[in-house]
Design a protein around this ligand. Structure first.
Ligand SMILES: Nc1nc2c(ncn2[C@@H]2O[C@H](COP(=O)(O)OP(=O)(O)OP(=O)(O)O)[C@@H](O)[C@H]2O)c(=O)[nH]1
Ligand SMILES: [Mg+2]
Length: 359
């Protein structure tokens, strides 16, 4: 899964990126306007994989991963600069909008005051405007083609006009209902306002800042029921992420933080994308595989290898809890807890699967 961290300049994107990845990229009090994007890959924490790995003692344990991208900020009304950002992030699975709520005189705010709701609306509009420009360009190209005698793709034209109507009303495409066919066509068009979004309120570290952010979070939920918002203090979370593993727990406890923001954010992304994972086990490798919920066994098999999908015969499936009741696969089989499933079985979160195939 790929996640892009965006936001206005100086909102704390790189700080949040460091908090999520445990890396230590430079954060500055001045806006970054050029340079290479920061990229960080992190393991998705998975206690079930930890346990299974402890049981199988495999040569290799592989967790699901998330790739985070952090780049320059979005600028209000700067179409050219923003296009650079959108070109980089147009194929990500989720956009994380970092919104500044911390006050700090030494850090310039590009819009000169702290106003999270205004910033959220500004960012949303930049996505909408970028898509509107994309639609206009495509429609123009279609018109040009028509003049040269090329027959326009009517279904695409209809879809573009539908998108344009909504975008003109400043509605992001993720809030629009599309048919399955339209969705398929949409994926080729590389819109950015259709990408699922999480709002991260980057709060200050002073007493009361967290409470203020929680109040704002509740207000945002009223205003944008479909938005997913989490509040976190980038600066503190970044410090936590830099600590050695065994020091994190006590530090979190001291601060009264139940779970690091990095983990909370991953859970939200999984939820909004409707992702689940299944597991393969063995002496060589214990491994988590990420799929969309409602995926059938054959498609899940294809995630591992196209040969397994092509030659699929059956899947031996056991839920994690049934496996734990038995302790090992042999006992599970004897107890009849290991099920044989065909092509149409809908894989459940945490299923342990062994695919039988023939190529
Ligand atoms: N007080 C406070 N300062 C923060 C917080 N998060 C970030 N900052 C500071 O704000 C400044 C900008 O942070 P960055 O993480 O570099 O922001 P950015 O969005 O990546 O900025 P650009 O890449 O330049 O657009 C740095 O000096 C950070 O230390 C926070 O939660 N509290
Ligand atoms: Mg930055």
């Amino acid at each position: 899964m790929k996640v892009a961290i965006t936001g206005l300049s100086n909102s704390g994107k790189t700080t949040v990126f460091n908090a999520l990845t445990g890396l230590n990229s430079d954060t500055t009090i001045y806006p970054t306007i050029s340079g290479e994007p920061n990229i960080g890959v992190v393991k998705v924490p998975d206690p079930e994989i930890d346990t299974l790995s402890g049981i199988y003692m495999p040569k290799k344990t592989t967790y699901a991963t998330i790739e985070y991208l952090d780049y320059i900020g979005l600028t209000k009304g700067d179409f050219k600069q923003n296009r650079k950002v959108f070109d980089l992030i147009k194929d990500v699975d989720t956009i994380v909008h970092v919104v500044r709520t911390f006050s700090d005189e030494s850090v310039v705010h590009p819009l000169e005051s702290i106003n999270p709701v205004r910033d959220i609306e500004t960012l949303e509009l930049e996505l909408v405007f970028a898509d509107l420009a994309l639609v206009e360009t495509r429609l123009e190209r279609m018109e040009d083609g028509k003049k040269r005698g090329k027959k326009p793709d009517e279904s695409e034209r209809k879809l573009l006009l539908k998108c344009r109507d909504f975008l003109m009303q400043e509605t992001a495409l993720r809030d629009v209902e599309f048919t399955t066919e339209e969705m398929k066509a949409m994926s080729q068009l590389q819109f950015v306002s259709s990408i699922p979004k999480v709002i991260v309120l980057n709060t200050g570290e002073r007493d009361g800042d967290t409470e203020d952010a929680q109040t704002l979070e509740a207000a945002l939920l009223n205003r944008y029921p479909a938005a997913h918002t989490i509040a976190l203090c980038g600066k503190i979370e970044m410090e936590i992420a830099q600590l050695p593993e065994d020091e994190k727990g006590p530090f979190l406890e001291e601060l009264g933080i139940k779970e690091p923001a990095a983990n909370r954010l991953i859970q939200i992304c999984y939820k909004i994308l409707g992702l689940i994972s299944f597991v393969t086990v063995g002496d060589d490798e214990v491994r988590a595989w990420t799929i969309r919920s409602k995926t059938n066994t054959v498609t899940a098999a294809g995630k591992i290898h196209s040969d397994i999908e092509r030659g699929f015969i059956r899947a031996e499936v056991i839920s994690y809890s049934d496996f734990m009741k038995s302790g090992d696969m042999h006992t599970a089989r004897e107890k009849g807890l290991l099920r044989l499933e065909g092509k149409t079985y809908e894989v459940q979160d945490g299923d342990i699967i062994n695919f039988r195939f023939n190529v």
